[in-house]
Design a protein around this ligand. Structure first.
Ligand code: AMP
Length: 192
């Protein structure tokens, strides 16, 4: 089964993807994590993306399409995966459909975590208050820009997947366990 976790920055996609990995054995394919790993490894690809990521801009479609295809070809994704933070544009979604079709796969469901802007901002503020290691793009200012980018480039995917009959909305404002339970109910209904 291939799932897309969809939603604005800070909606909880990563948290839910990790739970899906532990509960359903589907690997989490997070383009953000892959790009941060490339930056940490000081690879040319990572360094070329760092400036864009720090500003909250998207990196080029070809870059993420390339890394996601390479990652999907690892043996642990043979039975599917959870896509987290990818696709983020219509061309990425089209490339993903093509890449999966070429491998005899398809997207089964797209789980849209719905969280309003005020809650996304209060989550960033809470992380800053709590201290610890923060991502360089995890600030109120960068969040505002990341949200602009989300509504302009990524939100159109909601219609793309709705038209394919794959979109399922989940209340991402609920506590983590409640979100997890909602997702489990959607998946169970789908497989029943
Ligand atoms: P994330 O961890 O998913 O919030 O991603 C962090 C940053 O990595 C984003 O703000 C973008 O700069 C970049 N990024 C991650 N995934 C993508 C994607 N699918 N398309 C373009 N840029 C991405």
């Amino acid at each position: 089964m291939n799932l897309v976790l969809f939603g604005p920055p800070g909606a909880g996609k990563g948290t839910q993807a990790k739970l899906l990995t532990s509960e359903r054995g589907l690997p989490q394919l997070s383009t953000g994590d892959m790009l941060r790993a490339a930056i940490a490894a000081r690879s040319p690809l990572g360094l070329s993306c760092k400036v864009l990521m720090d500003k909250g801009e998207l990196v080029p479609d070809e870059t993420v399409i390339g890394i996601i295809a390479e990652r999907f070809d690892q043996p642990d994704a043979a039975n599917g995966a959870v896509f987290d933070g990818f696709p983020r544009t219509i061309p990425q979604a089209q490339a993903l459909d093509k890449m999966l079709a070429e491998r005899g796969h398809k997207i089964d469901l797209v789980l849209e975590l719905k969280v309003d802007d005020a809650m996304l901002l209060s989550r960033v503020e809470a992380r800053i208050k709590a201290g610890g290691v923060l991502r360089s793009d995890d600030t109120p200012e960068t969040l505002a820009h990341r949200l602009e980018v989300y509504y302009k480039n990524t939100a159109p995917l909601i219609d793309y997947y709705r038209q394919q009959g794959k979109l399922k909305a989940v209340d991402g404002m609920a506590p983590v366990e409640t979100v997890t339970a909602q997702i489990a109910a959607v998946l169970d209904a789908h497989t029943a």
